[in-house]
Design a binder for this molecule. Structure first.
Ligand SMILES: [Zn+2]
Length: 434
């Protein structure tokens, strides 16, 4: 099926485009980008006037819970949520049951994603067996089956020597090690940011240092091993300073941030104890959030991810101390960025595209997607004026534990194309075969 998108505002900093163009896609590729393109026979014309067309969005940090916790999310329902949120690619973290630490587990995810037929799923393999931090996982085997990167996300690798071995091994395969930075001897029992929030509400604190110390260690190990290092879900101003310094030294260090660490802070946790605000790392101070926004806008933070973490009602509707960590994010990420940063002109469209499409492909060593003839037709079309109400019914995700329930947001993806197939049509997920 061929499509001619007419009159979209096309934004792609990779080819210096920020203007109105027509885009013709056919046979899985972009065939032409130009003005007043003629519609070939059989091509469906789409009126894209007033909308923005960008390289397909990528979320390189999601949890699809499949295999093992399918009651929270499956690769199929997660793919639906990703598509509804405007994404063409997601990278899935390996803390499933069993942990994705062999080639067979990586193959399982890729096969299930093909069956779902919506977005590209790029599985991330574990660094260590069962994420126990004791012995190396089958990294070479997982590379052969298509693992995009490696991480023990959910845990920090506690032993510095073990992390060194992981990084030495991963670097041989030209992949990136993704570090969930958490020194568990400092964060044990921690359920909320240590400081104002933990004192005010009387709960065990998860100190910023628990994250920063391991960021520091892993940057030093990057220096020692030469392995590309990506810091997951950075949440503190000081952690960001460490990454800035590493980049200034020329080290291959990148990092990511989540919308909840940008647009919420510990002060949003009140005595209603909304457990959708409990996540790991925790919501930090307002000053941290402001520093992270600045870092994302100036490019010190490379990309935006959601850490999409689905949980069932019984895992959240309980006391704060025992509630599970995490919030879903795939379906609110783009609307939050448009509402809070791009709409108010605190961030340009070009920078948004870098953070949500260009940088994550670079970090995962994926083929670039550019708005030019010959590129894969993985594209996201965005209506910057459409408004959504964030209610449980809005979500395609099997779980509804969003930290942003009740918000009204402006700007949303209306259409998504993956390899030239229309997977989202006027905001509705369109199943495979189209
Ligand atoms: Zn994590």
């Amino acid at each position: 099926m061929a499509f001619l998108l007419r009159g979209a505002h096309v934004v792609d900093p990779q080819v210096a485009l920020d203007c109105v163009r027509d885009v013709l896609i056919d046979e899985g590729r972009i065939q032409a980008v130009g003005e007043d393109l003629a519609r070939p026979a059989g091509a469906e014309a789409i009126d894209a006037r007033g909308k923005y067309l960008v390289p397909g969005l990528v979320d390189m940090h999601v949890h699809f819970r499949d295999p093992g916790f399918e009651y929270k999310e499956t690769i199929e329902t997660g793919s639906r949520a990703a598509t509804h949120g405007g994404f063409t690619d997601v990278a899935t973290m390996p803390n499933t049951d069993p942990v994705s630490d062999t080639g067979a587990e990586i193959r399982y995810q890729i096969d299930r994603a093909h069956e779902a037929g919506l977005c590209h799923v790029r599985p991330i393999g574990a660094l260590t067996r069962a994420e126990k931090g004791e012995s190396l996982a089958e990294i070479g085997d997982m590379v052969v089956e298509g693992a995009a990167a490696f991480s023990d996300d959910g845990h920090g690798v506690q032993g510095a020597g073990m992390m060194r071995t992981c990084m030495e091994y991963v670097s041989q395969f030209g992949r990136v090690a993704i570090a969930h930075c958490e020194v568990e001897s400092l964060t044990a029992h921690g359920v909320i940011n240590e400081g104002r929030a933990s004192t005010r509400l009387g709960m065990f604190g998860w100190p910023a240092l628990g994250e920063e110390l391991e960021i520091y260690r892993d940057i030093e190990l990057c220096k020692l091993t030469g392995c590309p290092l990506h810091i997951a879900h950075i949440s503190t101003a000081r952690g960001l300073e460490l990454v800035r310094a590493a980049k200034a030294e020329g080290l291959p260090v990148t990092c990511e941030v989540c919308p909840h660490h940008l647009f919420l802070c510990e002060d949003d946790i009140t005595d209603t104890y909304d457990t959708n605000l409990k996540m790991n790392p925790p919501l930090r101070s307002a000053a941290d959030a402001a520093a992270l926004v600045e870092g994302l806008v100036d490019g010190s933070i490379d990309c935006l991810v959601t850490d999409h973490a689905p949980h069932a009602p019984h895992e959240k509707n309980c006391e704060w101390e025992i509630a599970f960590f995490g919030t879903i994010g795939l379906e609110t990420s783009l609307p939050l960025m448009l509402t809070n940063l791009v709409g108010p002109q605190k961030m340009s469209w070009s920078r948004l595209v870098e953070a949500m499409a260009v940088a994550p492909r670079e970090i995962l060593r994926l083929e670039p997607v550019r708005l030019e003839a010959g590129s894969a037709a993985d594209l996201t079309l965005i209506d910057p004026t459409a408004t959504i109400e964030v209610t449980p019914d809005y979500f395609e995700s099997r779980s509804k534990n969003s930290a942003f329930l009740g918000c009204t947001l402006t700007g949303v993806a209306t259409d998504v194309f993956v390899n030239g197939r229309r997977t989202l049509t006027d905001g509705v997920v369109t199943s495979q075969g189209r």
